[in-house]
Design a protein. Structure first.
Length: 124
């Protein structure tokens, strides 16, 4: 995990560290975290050739999606899956297409590449 920050952008990893089916988890830098709150985390991966990043926060209960490090996909490797109640999300948009939060979406993080590093824009 990395938490190198630059104002509103946080470096997660080098672009060439991303390989197909690899999920990079990171702790999101928060300026004023609520005392006692769980740390905010996110994950970054390649959707085809496009990098995507979402907060690791199921819209259903707000808990992390994965129960094992780096494991986010369903058994068919088609959708991101919440391990708690099985909600399925489109990797490209984060839209929930099945499960208790159907129609909702994972919070997406804006990305940019700076000097070969992938950075995410910190949420407000
Ligand atoms: S917490 Fe994710 S589907 Fe319930």
């Amino acid at each position: 995990m990395s938490d190198r920050t630059n104002d509103q952008w946080q470096t997660v990893c080098q672009f060439d560290e991303l390989t197909p089916e690899k999920f990079v988890e990171f702790r999101v830098h928060q300026k004023n975290p609520e005392p006692g709150a769980m740390p905010l985390t996110g994950f970054l991966f390649l959707d085809g050739r496009e990098p995507r990043a979402f907060l690791n926060q199921c819209p259903h209960l707000g808990i992390e999606l994965n129960w094992m490090p780096g494991r986010f996909m369903d058994a068919d490797n088609l959708f991101i899956q919440c391990s708690t109640h099985g909600a399925l999300f489109k990797p490209g948009t984060g839209e929930c297409i099945a499960g208790p939060c159907q129609g909702d979406a994972l919070p997406a993080l804006d990305l940019r590449v700076e000097g070969g590093a992938i950075q995410v824009r910190l949420p407000e």
